[in-house]
Design a protein around this ligand. Structure first.
Ligand code: LLP
Length: 419
């Protein structure tokens, strides 16, 4: 975790801001996700601060962490939101977010989702196919409304990130090929229920170098110019999110450097810049707190079995994601052993960390770092495991912002067959 991390040792105990994590484990149990309000606010402010020179809208990507308290913190700062489902829209509204600052992304929007988003008054639909454009025109006409749209174009640039989170290549399912976009815009312009107001692009996630995004900006701006010549003037350019964070030894450009570089390309063009960062705002602001249940040895492998598992944090299993692991009591893990940190789930892919210098003992608390983004939101109930609690720390206060699920919650919606 970086030098500005809100998670640091004070008196030998790992704290989140001013709250010792062992106090949180005592009061809320484990596994528990712990977020820092100050960290979320400072990352958001840094990105907004870098855009000072041009008209902008920072729409936090709700998919990274949709907890109502996280959305509330950002809504209070005036953030917009990037959503990919009506579920995320309802979360934003329940958290006090403003629909007029919402952009609706996603490759598979349903008719009922379009209707609800139009009723709520979202700012813009990021449309990903000709079929979606036609359905949206129909739904908007039926509702007697005009839908603002921007087309998500696929600029065919290599984001140079993990293939599962790369989205800007021709072979990916996302967006429309940039060379077909002009024709689609002209079709949209002829549909009275649509107002083509922008262009959208997102090439991938966990980017460390701004260069591929800047390539994409250039291709998008060339499209904006071609449309201008054709008599269609767009108001905004949405360059998505994707700004990377430091999990291990990556050296990503700071999110504000990404933002400033993109803004620089747009300077003087009279276009509004929209960004959709997720991970860069919440990733480093959260840890997954877990307790070691057992230590064991199989052949020459040494394992620590913790009470958190792949159902709580799937990134290691799904993307070989590397997350830092820190002992909550400083020195508890003295590094004298190399261990695999695993969970109780019945899968060999159930690990949180492999081959780490971590000599922790049963009963010790560990904090899995950089878990604020794509952590809780990707968790599941596999093996009938209730999902973790979530706590947000604000200075000296620790607020429970989601209760731990109870086992009976897991099958509350199920039924046995009739007699
Ligand atoms: N906008 C769009 C259209 C997106 O598809 C995404 C992420 C974002 C914004 C936000 O990207 P970010 O700033 O967070 O990189 N589960 C994966 C990441 C999947 C990202 C999907 N799209 C992971 O854990 O690494």
């Amino acid at each position: 975790m970086s030098a500005v991390s809100p998670f640091r040792y004070v008196g030998g105990r790992l704290h989140a801001e001013d709250v010792p994590l062992d106090d949180i484990a005592r009061d809320h149990g484990t596994p528990t996700y712990v977020y820092s309000r100050a960290a979320i606010e400072s990352r958001y402010r840094a990105i907004v601060g870098a855009l000072g020179g041009i008209e902008h809208r920072v729409c936090y990507a709700v998919k990274a962490n949709g907890n109502l308290a996280v959305l509330d913190v950002l809504a209070r700062l005036g953030a917009g939101f990037d959503i990919v489902s009506v579920g995320e829209l309802e979360r934003v509204l329940a958290a006090g977010g403003d629909a007029a600052r919402v952009v609706f992304s996603g490759v598979g929007k349903r008719r009922d989702e379009m209707q609800r988003a139009l009723d709520a008054g979202v700012h813009c639909f990021n449309v990903e196919s000709a079929g979606e454009l036609e359905l949206l025109a129909q739904v908007a006409a039926e509702a007697g409304r005009r839908a603002r749209v921007s087309l998500r174009v696929n600029p065919d640039v290599d984001a140079r990130t993990h293939p599962y989170i790369s989205t800007g290549l021709k072979r990916n399912k996302f967006g429309v090929p940039i060379e077909e976009a002009e024709g689609l815009y002209l079709r949209a312009a002829a549909m009275p229920a649509l107002e083509a107001c922008g262009v959208d692009c997102h090439i991938g996630s966990q980017l460390t170098d701004p260069a591929p995004i800047l390539d994409a900006v250039d291709r998008v701006l060339a499209l904006v110019d071609r449309l201008d010549t054709a008599g269609l003037r767009l108001r905004h350019v949405d360059m998505g999110g994707g700004f990377g964070i430091r999990y291990r030894d990556e050296t990503p450009a700071r999110p504000e450097a990404f933002a400033a570089a993109i803004a620089g390309r747009l300077a003087g063009r009279g276009l509004e810049l929209v960004l959709e960062p997720g991970r860069a705002i919440v990733g480093e602001a959260g840890v997954l707190l877990t307790r070691v249940l057992y230590g064991k040895r199989n052949g020459d492998r040494v394992f620590l079995v913790a009470d958190a598992a792949m159902n709580d944090l799937i990134r290691p299993a799904l993307y070989q994601g590397w997350h830092p692991v820190l002992p909550v009591r400083e020195g508890a893990a003295d590094g004298s052993a190399t261990v695999d940190l695993v969970g109780p789930v019945c899968e060999s892919a159930d690990f949180l960390a492999l081959e780490r210098p971590l000599a922790a003992a049963p009963g010790d608390l560990l904090a899995v770092g950089c878990a604020g983004a794509y952590g809780f939101v990707m968790s599941s109930n596999y093996n009938a495991r209730p999902r973790a609690a979530e706590v947000m720390v604000d200075g000296t206060a620790a607020h429970r912002v989601r209760s731990r699920e109870r086992v009976q919650d897991l099958f509350a919606g199920e039924a046995r067959l009739p007699e």
